[in-house]
Design a binder for this molecule. Structure first.
Ligand SMILES: [Zn+2]
Length: 425
């Protein structure tokens, strides 16, 4: 473990850099990297890359060549910086996505001004997660300014498209072998999970589409047709009365927050039926209806059983409802992930949180997914957590903000963790 004198110097270096950390967060907010469609990515990647270079990192860029979303109008560009110590390993990789969700209504401040007021930084992406990116850069920089030599190495990456699945971001870096368990020991993603919580994983996702097929007929003589919307109604009713109560009885051992998300869930995202796309109503029996479902499953269920349960439910409904015809299409599957018990990464962060905040850290898991899935599944890196500044509930909200105190405290925790994991003893 890093010596008490080094720890003090690191904490002082973060405090002295507080204004720079806030300024850099605000500068990142001023680049409106809205996704979709993915604006300003090149500018933002270079803003991060230039700062990393100024902090002694070797910087490289990775474009989304070959991905359909990587277009001339909206190019995908990721940035990775590396500061090598005496040895290549151990290596801690800090990753933040720099895309933000659209602004939406209800703002009382300019979402892209980078306003700092009353101890808060405001703007779209303030907490999710430009504050986290600034924390990552300055946590590494604090070690340098404190004169703490590195035994291993540090990487900081800024990546795109987390909000839309991360395929041209972390997934691309993983598929190209740029992030891999061959080189990287630990990954920390400074997502806004609250400054005293460490996130050890997330639930699984199964998106699927069900389409019912009826038979068109005159709306005045519905008995001569088969109504696909009514049949979808029967399926929705089965989901509500059979599946939802069953899901409510299951609870995961993983500490998912909020509490209600410790149960598996299902949401109907969309229903579209009838003569879809017609601008005027048609006097017809609906011959087609589609619904998209968002099923979040827990580690204990697994994907195979989750899917089999859906298929069985649909089959029971078909047997009950005359002439019901349906098909199912899988749209997206993400397996749940979980950092291994006893991970040194978790205990190190935990210790840092207690040292900086003077209170106990708690372990949580996320109800939704984030880039952890790509680090775990594609890059094969088991020791991955999310820890960063900002309040989870403010993500994607109007008047999104991050407290300056959180920003500084999370940077301290990350800096101490870096010192313990890769600093010279
Ligand atoms: Zn995020």
């Amino acid at each position: 473990m890093t010596s008490p004198a080094d720890r003090d110097r690191i904490l002082t270096a973060v405090e002295e850099a507080a204004d720079e950390i806030v300024d850099f967060t605000a500068a990142l907010i001023r680049v409106p990297t809205v996704n979709p469609p993915g604006e300003g990515y090149v500018d933002c990647a270079h803003l991060i890359g230039d700062r990393l270079a100024a902090c002694g990192f070797e910087v490289e860029y990775h474009d989304g060549d070959g991905r359909p979303e990587h277009t001339a109008a909206h190019p995908r560009r990721n940035v990775v910086g590396r500061r090598r110590g005496r040895a290549a390993r151990p290596l801690v990789h800090l990753n933040g996505h720099f895309d933000v969700v659209p602004v939406g209504d209800g703002w009382t401040v300019d979402p892209f001004a980078g306003l700092v007021r009353d101890g808060r930084v405001y703007g779209r992406g303030a907490c999710d997660m430009k504050a986290g990116l600034a924390s990552a850069v300055y946590a590494a920089e604090a070690l340098r300014r404190a004169g703490v030599p590195l035994e291993g190495s540090i990487e900081v990456s800024g990546t795109v498209d987390e909000e839309s699945g991360g395929w041209a971001g972390v997934a691309l870096l993983a598929e190209r072998g740029r992030v891999s368990s061959r080189d990287i020991d630990f990954v920390i993603i400074p997502e806004p999970l609250n400054v005293d919580r460490i996130c050890i994983g997330h639930r699984g996702v199964y998106w699927f589409e069900v389409t019912t097929h009826g038979h068109i007929g005159h709306g005045s003589m519905p008995f001569l047709g088969v109504n696909a919307v009514s049949h979808m109604g029967a399926i929705l009713e089965a989901v509500r009365t059979e599946l939802e109560p069953a899901l409510a009885t299951r609870v995961t051992e993983v500490p998912v927050v909020p509490d209600a998300a410790r149960h598996p869930t299902i949401n109907v995202n969309t229903v579209a039926g009838g003569q879809v796309g017609e601008t005027v109503q048609t006097p017809c029996v609906a011959d087609r209806c589609s619904a998209i479902f968002d099923r979040r499953f827990i580690l204990e269920e697994g994907f195979d059983a989750t899917r089999a349960e859906i298929l069985a439910l649909l089959e029971r409904t078909r047997q009950r409802v005359p002439q019901l015809r349906y098909e199912v299409k899988d749209l997206m599957v993400v397996d749940p992930v979980r950092t291994p018990d006893g991970s040194r990464l978790v205990s190190t962060l935990r210790h840092g949180i207690e040292e900086v905040l003077g209170r106990e850290a708690s372990l949580v898991a996320s109800p939704g997914t984030y880039d952890h899935k790509h680090f775990a599944r594609l890059a094969g890196i088991e020791h991955c957590v999310a820890y960063g500044p900002g309040i989870l509930d403010l993500a994607h909200q109007p008047d999104e903000w991050c407290a300056v105190d959180d920003l500084v405290d999370a940077t301290k925790v990350l800096a101490l963790a870096l010192a313990d994991l890769v600093g010279a003893a």
